[in-house]
Design a protein around this ligand. Sequence first.
Ligand code: MG
Length: 247
Amino acid sequence: MIPIKSEKDLEMLRKSGKILARVMLRLQELIKVNISTEEIDQLAEKLILEEDAVSAFKGYKGFPANICASVNEEIVHGIPDSRRIREGDILSLDLGINYKGYFSDLAVTLTVGKVDAQVKKLIEVTKAALSVGITQARQDNHLSDISYAIQDYVERSGFSVVRQFVGHGIGLSLHEEPEIPNFGLPHRGEILKNGMVLAIEPMVNMGTWEAEILNNGWTAVTKDRMPSAHFEHTIAITSNGPEILTN
Ligand code: MG
C-alpha cells in the first residue's frame, strides 16, 4: 500500500522540499573546477545545518557522507572523497534531507566547464525524462505509467535506463512504498491517488544499461564506463496534478 499524506504532512513536506531546493541551488553555485567531492560534501553539510535540517543520507545503512557525488561513469551513490572535479566532467549530486521528521530527495547532474556535445545531450534527455515521468504522476494513472513514459522517452532518444536502482515513495521516511522503476509496461501496478508523495529519479546511461558496484560497496558505475546522468524530484500527487515539492 502506498501511504496517503494528510494536508498537514503535505504542508511540512513542501517546507522540506523548498529547503532542499535552496540548499541544492546554493551548493551548485559553489562547484568549480578542482574542487574535491569531499569539499562539496562539507559545504552541503554546512548549508543543510543552516536550514535547521539534517542529511537523510548520512548513516543511512552506513552511508558515510551527507551527499552522493557521482562523477562521469558513476551512476549513483558516489562517496565523496579526494577526487577532484576536472574541466569536462559531469557531476551528479543527490541529496536527501530530514526537516523536522519530513523527508525530501533531489538530484541533478551538472556540467563542469566545457562538456562533450553528446554528454550534454545525455543530461538534457535525463532531465526531460524526469519531466515526462512526473507528467504521468496523477490520480487514476497506474504506477507503471510513470516507468513506461520514462523508458520510452529515454530509449527513443538513443540512451538506456538503469534497472538496478529505482525511485521510491517518500515522506515520513526516506524510502517508503512503492518502488518506482524507470522501465516497464504501462497500466500496471497500483492506481495513483491524490496525497501520494513520490521520489521519481531516472538514471540514464549513454551506453549499456548495465551497472556494477565498486569495492566500496556503494558506488554504482556503468559496466562500460560510459557516462551516466541522474535527475530526481520529490513530487506530490494533488487534485491539481503533480506538484513538484523540491523546486
Ligand atoms: Mg531517491
